[in-house]
Write a protein that binds this ligand. Structure first.
Ligand code: FAD
Length: 477
């Protein structure tokens, strides 16, 4: 039987899933024949085109989504180029009368949506955007301060969200979809996402991009670490967190699906504290997106304008190289940067430590760190990355005050007390005994004997640089 329904493009950006997908569902509910489309459009991403690690992930994620859609009878149309031109061409080729897409908070994508909306309207085609990534619309009336302004402080934001915390069930996946119309779909290889040399091979020992991988990991978290999340989330030597971030970023899983999975499990009173702490982190994700929506300049400019006068150190390429490649001579920092390089992800506690050392001890601008993370993280997300870099750099909304400077040695002793995390990522330090692992420069004889190739001293004197950072901060007053 021929499908007589009018065609709608279902343009998926960061909603790479079939289940709980409000974009796909809206097209179906509207009585349309949905044609799922992915457009690789680096030229539309402003100064933040997708980084290398995420492109490698995306390559696999799109393959997984295409397979899932084919299993339902449809498939994924793949194109690359400027999104507006590509969508307009697809509309013409398919005879689509509507385009459904997922709403984004990134300034460049928002600008594109406005242009596309106007262009499509001129040819009588509707652009319908749906929220598929967040629990709350960043501009919702219900998520405002008493004065009607956007939140800038997390705790009252979280209280407001908590009062309206979603309890609704995720949307089910359709049981079947109509076949794609005859269109030139292009191939995944045409998008040129996969690395030309296989530097990413190690990533896939840790990750399985796509919805199936996301749900498997979530199950493991719910059955394992979730109930003790509050106690273990800061300990990088174990899997104490959910590792949902890359899956959430590309929308292979939705936050609502995560909440529903948590709600379906049974928790005792002790474990409930773990779940509450976990949901609070999901709310930090909402907060970052809320901030970027309302304050788009924070992607590159200090949220706190006072820092425009801050005396950052001159860019120091050699020092930056040492930081990027894990050769600072500070083991916890080097271990974090090696973890990032090896699996495209770093534990949150260690992100904080490496971020503090970069912005305070090395006094490099937070954007230098944000850019490196952008290229190397599989979970790189403009809202989360800018918000967190500004938080640790002291320039952000509701940020850690600049004068609160982490001592990386104390942090290492506290959160990696047995040095297991350091030894995992820095095998050249594995033989260092006891506490020497945290500050090997204080034990030159042990360092010479057990790790002769490691730097004899850190790239920066921690005490002196701390004082210099505090002086620079005082000068702001
Ligand atoms: C300097 C710096 C840069 C960061 N850059 C990014 C980034 O580009 N992309 C990114 O997703 N996260 C970023 N984070 C936040 C955080 O480190 C990661 O979200 C977290 O480590 C991901 O691991 P997980 O999924 O196991 O987290 P879990 O602890 O299991 O948390 C569950 C989810 O909550 C969200 N979440 C957790 N912590 C935060 C947070 N501090 N801010 C916002 N959302 C949070 C994430 O979506 C995460 O997947 C950054 C943190 C720092 C300090």
């Amino acid at each position: 039987m021929t499908d007589t329904r009018p065609v709608a493009l279902v343009w998926l950006r960061n909603a790479l899933r079939v289940d709980d997908n409000p974009v796909l569902q809206a097209a179906l509910d509207g009585g349309f024949r949905p044609v799922p489309v992915y457009v690789h459009a680096p030229g539309d991403a402003g100064r933040w085109p997708m980084g290398a690690a995420q492109r490698a992930w995306l390559h696999r994620s799109l393959a997984a989504l295409d397979a899932r859609l084919r299993g339902l009878g449809s498939g994924l149309v793949l194109r690359s180029g400027r999104a507006q031109a590509v969508i307009e061409r697809l509309v013409a080729e398919s005879g689509a009368v509507a385009v459904y897409g997922d709403r984004r908070v990134e300034p460049a994508w928002r600008a594109l949506d406005q242009r596309l909306d106007a262009a499509l309207a001129r040819s009588g085609v509707r652009l319908e955007m749906r929220q598929a990534a967040l629990l709350f619309e960043p501009d919702a009336e219900s998520v405002r301060t008493g004065q009607g302004t956007p939140y800038r402080v997390f705790t009252p934001f979280w209280k407001t969200l908590r009062r309206q915390w979603p309890q609704d069930r995720p949307l089910p996946a359709p049981t079947s979809l109509p076949p794609l119309p005859a269109l030139a779909t292009g191939t995944l290889a045409d998008l040129d996402l996969a690395p030309r040399t296989a530097w990413d091979t190690g990533f896939w020992e840790h990750w399985e991009p796509g919805g199936a991988g996301a749900h498997e990991l979530l199950d493991a978290f719910v059955e394992g670490a979730a109930g003790a999340y509050d106690a273990q989330r800061d300990l990088p030597d174990r899997i104490g967190t959910s590792r949902m971030s890359p899956h959430l970023h590309l929308g292979e899983i939705s936050p609502r699906q995560i909440l529903a999975r948590l709600a379906d499990a049974r928790w005792n009173a002790r474990q409930k504290a773990g779940i509450e702490a976990y949901e609070r982190e999901l709310a930090w994700r909402e907060f970052s997106h809320h901030l970027l929506w309302h304050f788009p300049h924070m992607q590159e400019e200090d949220f706190n304008p006072r820092f425009a006068r801050f005396a950052w150190a001159e860019p120091a390429p050699q020092v930056l190289e040492a930081w990027r490649h894990g050769r600072t001579g500070i083991p916890i920092v080097d271990a974090g940067m090696r973890e990032l390089w090896a699996c495209g992800w770093m534990h949150n506690r260690v992100r904080l430590i490496v971020g503090s050392v970069l912005t305070k001890n090395l006094r490099q601008h937070w954007l230098a760190g944000a850019r490196w993370f952008w290229d190397t993280l599989v979970d790189a997300d403009l809202a989360n990355n800018s918000q967190n870099w500004q938080w640790i750099g002291g320039t952000g909304a509701d940020a850690a005050p600049y004068f609160r400077i982490f001592n990386p040695v104390t942090q290492s002793e506290r959160f990696d007390p047995h040095g297991r995390y350091i030894r995992q990522w820095m095998p050249e330090l594995a033989a260092l005994p006891g506490k020497a692992i945290h500050a090997p420069w204080t034990q030159p004889a042990l360092l010479a004997r057990y790790a002769p190739a490691y730097p004899k001293t850190p790239v920066v004197d921690l005490a002196e640089s701390r004082e210099a950072a505090l002086d620079a901060f005082r000068a702001l007053r």
